[in-house]
Write a protein of this length. Structure first.
Length: 462
């Protein structure tokens, strides 16, 4: 018979209590082993599981087999089934689609709560910042994950075919991030093609982020931000490059072979906040921030509509078209753009690229034609920008017949104009656009810009 000796045991009751304690400790030990085994199994299934100090699974991470769209979709589906997390596309130059495949809609469908990352990139640091234009710090030196539309791929039709469609329900908590990816379009290899592609459409997602990406020669809509009518979709696009080396722009939209870099548009929306102070300077559920990015050769670098609000700050636009580098529609469909905030940007040296034969025109405009900002609806602010070689700096024009959506509540101040023939131009078929009523050439005393950089861009170093 085994005898248990306890230093403080004075009677059998104490011995029984200590036996019970040992059995409890042993049971907890077995339970811990089982929990660890479950985690190990999950790690094998999902490749990597991040365990926080609380011992709970917080983020599922899966590496896609390649950058081919079917492999990306398979990884997205696996992460979504696990409750959300990150899909990593491995380093390499990948054909996103194979020759001979059909393409008539979105190839990869991503539910909110799943993010897509490329291989980590090297970034610039320690460079001086002059306070205007693209911040040289934290820009990508070289992309390691490249998704391309192959030269041999034969598009089935012109118009919009979509690479990634991100679908949310407009509720907080299920966000999306698209990071460290270079996308190379068909125009890279077929310079005179009139076909164009949409890369990324984000629908009904709160606090999305698109960062450190390169959209090269995609020609079509690089990033679309949208929602159900009066729905919610908001976030930030930062440290990205949007560049077309080939293509042409006509005043007639249908005749263009180059379209929009970024388009916030909530088709069918009737939402309209009358008080501009509740929109400008705010981060609403219908606001898109665009900061620390570079744009070149688009019809419009940004074009908005349908009650949206966008903030364009600390960016560079260079060698763009002359039909309105930054644009806000009026009542094109339902309500127009609610507001733009444009400040601390470098907007310089547009090119005359207005004929199909001039696929790669480098003829400088030098103030001959075109607008830096085509303000067709809504209110907002334009300040601390450096604008060079446009004919018109800011063009205010009434679009549509809904009076509340005409340009109004606009403040313009402290900009630098170089070789700009008209810093401000106005046109309307309905009224006289008046200084002191519709626009003001000074800073409003109530306005404070939203914090820069946007809080979503400040990554944890822990």
């Amino acid at each position: 018979m085994r005898v248990y000796k306890f230093e403080n045991a004075k009677n059998s009751k104490d011995v029984k209590m200590n036996n019970k304690l040992h059995r409890t400790i042993f049971s907890l030990f077995l339970a811990s082993i089982l929990i660890i085994a479950v985690y190990v199994t999950n790690a094998q299934l999902t490749n990597t599981v991040k365990i926080q100090s609380t011992g709970q699974i917080s983020t599922t991470k899966i590496w896609a087999k390649s950058g081919y769209w079917r492999d990306i979709q398979a990884a997205v589906d696996a992460v979504a089934a696990a409750g959300g997390g990150i899909v990593h596309i491995p380093e390499g130059t990948w054909n996103f689609i194979n020759v001979g495949e059909s393409w008539s809609s979105a190839k990869v469908v991503v539910p909110a709560g799943v993010s897509i990352f490329g291989a980590p990139t090297q970034r610039t640091s320690g460079l001086p910042y002059d306070g205007i234009g693209m911040n040289p710090n934290d820009q990508v030196v070289e992309w390691r994950t490249v998704l391309q539309i192959p030269a041999e791929f034969a598009p089935q039709r012109p118009g919009e075919v979509l690479m990634f469609r991100v679908v949310g329900d407009g509720s907080p908590g299920k966000t999306f991030r698209f990071s460290d990816i270079k996308v190379v379009g068909y125009r890279e290899f077929n310079h005179t093609s009139d076909r164009w592609y949409a890369v990324l459409r984000i629908e009904n997602v709160i606090d999305f982020r698109v960062d450190h990406c390169f959209f090269k020669n995609t020609a079509g809509l690089a990033v679309t931000v949208t929602a159900q009518p009066n729905g919610n979709c908001c976030g930030v696009i930062d440290h990205c490059r949007f560049v077309n080396d080939y293509g042409y722009v006509e005043w007639d939209y249908a005749a263009c072979s180059v379209h929009y870099g970024i388009m916030p548009k909530f088709t069918g929306s009737t939402r309209w906040e009358d008080d501009i102070t509740k929109v400008v300077g705010q981060y609403t559920t219908y606001t898109t921030f665009i900061e620390d990015c570079y744009f070149s050769r688009w019809r419009h670098c940004v074009s908005s509509n349908d009650g949206t609000h966008y903030v364009f700050r600390h960016n560079t636009i260079e060698k763009d078209s002359v039909v309105g580098s930054l644009d806000a529609h009026g009542t094109y469909n339902y309500v127009g753009t609610r507001a733009m905030e444009i400040y601390n940007n470098l907007i310089i040296d547009p090119v005359l690229n207005m004929h199909p034969q001039n696929w790669n025109s480098t003829t400088p405009a030098n103030g001959q034609s075109g607008y830096a900002v085509n303000w067709r609806g809504g209110g907002g602010v334009f300040f601390n920008n450096y604008v060079r070689n446009y004919e018109v700096g800011v063009y205010l024009v009434d679009e549509g017949t809904v009076e509340k959506c005409w340009p109004h509540d606009i403040w313009i101040w402290n900009n630098t104009w170089v070789n700009v023939t008209y810093t401000l131009m106005k046109y309307s078929d309905y009224r006289t656009i008046q200084e002191g009523v519709d626009y003001f050439l000074y800073a409003p005393d109530w306005y404070t810009p939203y914090p820069y950089p946007h809080p979503l861009t400040v990554e944890s170093t822990s």
